[in-house]
Design a binder for this molecule. Sequence first.
Ligand SMILES: [Zn+2]
Length: 274
Amino acid sequence: MPELPEVETVKSTLQERLPGLTICGVDLYLPKIIQTPSPEEFCRQVAGKTFLDVGRRGKYLLISLSRGLMLVVHLRMTGQLVYTVTDESRSKYTHLIFHLNNGHQLRFADMRQFGRFWLVPEADIQAVKGMKSLGVEPLGSEFTLNFLEKELKTRRTRLKPLLLDQTFIAGLGNIYVDEALHRAGLHPLRPANTLNPREVGALFRAIREVLEEGIAGRGTSVRDYVDGTGQAGTFQEKLRVYRRSGRPCIQCGKPIERLRIGGRSAYFCPGCQR
Ligand SMILES: [Zn+2]
């Protein structure tokens, strides 16, 4: 699933291209991807609107349109929102095409069909499912060492599920949680309230570091992720534990292991993570 660095990369690639362009038509092939309003109303309302700005909150893309409208997109597992210059033929996974007034297109493709769109007045953005309860932005000013220390102290949840909880920290997923825990030397099953101050500091720095490096690497492409221009990311080359079970840890040489926790997996090094 695209996580913060991937959505941030889609955001910045689209931000370079969309603002100022107007939607002159919409082809919707899979109505269920539109959460609100009705599919017919969605197509009617976006037609003629101009892209103003592309932002991000957690794993949501926030695309401002003229007339005070906000197009909210969640890519979920395999969604791809790609500015398409050429008149390429539509793949069977392309579910939505915005025709732009410069002759190009913005296409949404999604193999698993879990990605969703909401079109709401900008003032009603909190009504989008999951938006209101989103936790802090881990690269924002509210995410401080102090905040993390205080929050971990009051929680007995194990680190892996806690860090995946979007109502706690917004934007982390399996890849960056596993990578951050490895860099911090923390076992994914450690209860949050057992960390000492040195470990909290290590976790705080590791979360920031993996996200910043992920963005610098233009995201991680292990499955279907591509940016807003269709390009794959490069951070998969830097992964130390995620999807590396059986391969040696780059720090201690012990084979990386995988464990299951509440229906999710965690990759970790039994030598480095305690
Ligand atoms: Zn190790």
